[in-house]
Design a protein around this ligand. Structure first.
Ligand code: SPV
Ligand code: MG
Length: 538
């Protein structure tokens, strides 16, 4: 479906009988955040773009530098954008050139204010001298005459109230700018109450759509603007201010703690960053345009068990479908897998398979789950083990870097092992491992570590860590596992074996899995305590 042009959609927003909202953005990322939040339009704020560039809102950035930012914002989004054009960056001639350049970048509209270049932000003391009315009308006309899209809009911003010239001057200017061809009037105020704005709106009587910026009179209920017939309300700088506060907090904490662990839970994940930058689109495009060249990794998730320790919570669903802050555990796990570039997730269900309702997964049911074990479930998905593959328990959550480390590790069968499980933690039979080398504290130590033995009966004192339930198989590793599954079927051990038993057999046959050591940053859900930890983990 092709959307109407951005200019047309902005015009609709501006002229609709209902109040519309524009949200501030200052670069491609924040513009995308605004669109994702559901806003129908963007405000490309001069204050915020300047601040994000580390300069003052006084035309210190040249208009072509701002144009570069606007191009990223426009390219990153599908919603229309109203650009804060300050005073038009000069006279009518500069402004008409700006209008042309904005049109070339699919910008829907520009707002210019009736002050002098270089402008000073309206909330600052300093030169707030107003432009000559006729000169400003000429600028509006020049802009309208040079737009190439008939629906491009020019909003005239009145600074008379900011500069202390009163209501009469403001109304006189609004009338003149409207007559000169402005498609809407932005009436600005720095008062902490909306009184003068509402007074202006009543006197103006909707002769042209009115736009407001309630930064200073933010306590006014939004319904007042609806009742006053305002067309557009601009939330003018709140993403920049949010980013500033968050960046200060995170930088300060990392500086103090000289470590990242304290902030990890409060910041967006790396896969979130990849998502918002559109990695999924590129993966799809690579499939279309560069077939066969991309590494394809699949995943098998073993999620057949009920989780009977969770009692009443798992009557109608397996534990993998328990809610963890608004989403099933399994959905979060699958997102971690796909976020790492894994395509094709097969989930082996067992208990209550009908409750496993997630899009984008292949479902296989181990119908004998009540009497069989993990290896039997893996064997149900045995046909998918024909290339590089991740095998995961269905009740775990982990930080993204753990999966990245597994995917990047050398070895045909690689297990993620937590060397730092806190002593004394109550845990049902963890899969403890003994390896050829203990975890090294030396960053430069890259000697390969191999599995010697894995079992829940291993004494903690003899263990190097705990397998977290996540493994990666190379194409060759997947073939080794397939062969072993066949051997287990033949000798009758397949039905009840656990994955550790499978790994021990591989060790015995001279194919010891490689180990990637991690410390924490993962959990599994076996009981209510695990579920509570999962909720806190996010
Ligand atoms: C901006 O966001 O840059 C504006 C609005 O022009 S204000 O800062 O209120 O002047
Ligand atoms: Mg501005």
């Amino acid at each position: 479906m092709t959307l109407p042009r951005k200019t047309t959609r902005f015009r609709e927003l501006l002229t609709a009988p209902t109040l519309g909202f524009l949200m501030e953005a200052h670069n491609g990322l924040s513009a995308r955040v605004v669109e994702d939040a559901g806003f129908a339009g963007l405000w490309a704020s001069g204050l915020s773009i300047s601040a994000a560039l580390g300069v003052r809102d006084r035309n210190e950035a040249s208009w072509t530098q701002v144009l570069e930012v606007l191009e990223f914002m426009s390219d990153a989004t599908t919603i229309p954008m109203l650009v804060d054009g300050d005073t038009g960056y000069g006279d009518f001639n500069t402004f008409r050139r700006l209008v042309k350049k904005l049109g070339q970048r699919q910008v829907a509209a520009v707002c210019i204010e009736d002050k002098l270049f270089p402008k000073t932000n309206s909330f600052l003391d300093g030169n707030q001298t107003l432009a000559d009315i006729d000169e400003f009308c000429g600028k509006i006309k020049a802009g309208k005459d040079s737009q190439t899209d008939p629906d491009f809009s020019i909003i005239a911003r009145i600074e008379a109230l900011i500069a202390g010239h009163g209501m009469e001057e403001a109304l006189k200017r609004a009338e003149a700018y409207h007559a000169a061809g402005a498609d809407g009037i932005l009436i600005h105020s720095k008062k902490s109450s909306a009184e003068e704005i509402l007074h202006f709106a009543a006197a103006w009587g909707n002769r042209a759509p009115l736009v407001i910026v309630p930064t200073m009179y933010y306590l006014t209920p939004t319904d007042c603007y609806r009742q006053a017939g305002i067309a557009l309300c601009i939330w003018a700088n709140h993403n920049l201010r949010a980013a500033l506060a968050a960046m200060r907090e995170v930088s300060g904490r990392i500086f103090r703690e000289q470590n990242l662990a304290g902030v990890e839970d409060y910041i967006a994940s790396v896969s979130d960053v990849f998502d918002i930058a559109g990695e999924a689109e590129l993966s799809a495009a690579e499939k279309r345009y560069r077939p066969g060249q991309r590494r394809t990794v699949r995943a098998v998730v073993l999620a057949a068990s009920r989780g009977s320790q969770l009692a009443a919570l798992t009557v109608d669903r397996p534990k993998c479908m328990l809610d963890v802050r608004g989403e099933p555990l399994l959905k979060r796990l699958v997102r971690s897998l796909t976020g790492a570039g894994i395509r094709g997730v097969t989930v082996v269900t067992g208990y209550r398979p009908e409750a496993v309702t997630l899009p984008d997964i292949d479902k296989i049911t181990n119908t004998a789950h009540a009497t069989t074990g993990e290896v039997a479930s893996l064997a149900c998905a045995g046909h998918t083990l024909d290339g590089e593959c991740v095998v995961s328990y269905g009740d775990i959550l982990f930080r993204d870097y753990i999966l990245s480390a597994l995917l990047n590790a050398a070895g045909d069968i690689v297990l993620a092992v937590d060397s730092g499980t806190p002593e004394g933690e109550i845990k049902r039979s963890p899969d403890l491992v003994r390896c050829t080398l203990p975890p090294s504290r030396d960053y430069l130590d890259d000697r390969p570590v191999e599995l010697q033995f894995i079992s829940s009966t291993l004494a903690r004192d003899h263990a190097c860590g705990e397998w977290i339930g996540l493994a990666r198989l190379s194409e060759k590793g997947a073939a080794l596992v397939r062969t072993e599954l066949a051997a287990m079927e033949a000798d009758g051990t397949l039905a009840t074996a656990s994955l550790p038993e499978l790994f021990n057999r591989l060790v015995a046959k001279g194919h010891p899995p490689r180990i990637v050591y991690i410390t924490g940053h993962w959990l599994d859900v076996n009981d209510a305590f695990g579920l509570a930890r999962a909720r806190n983990f996010l």
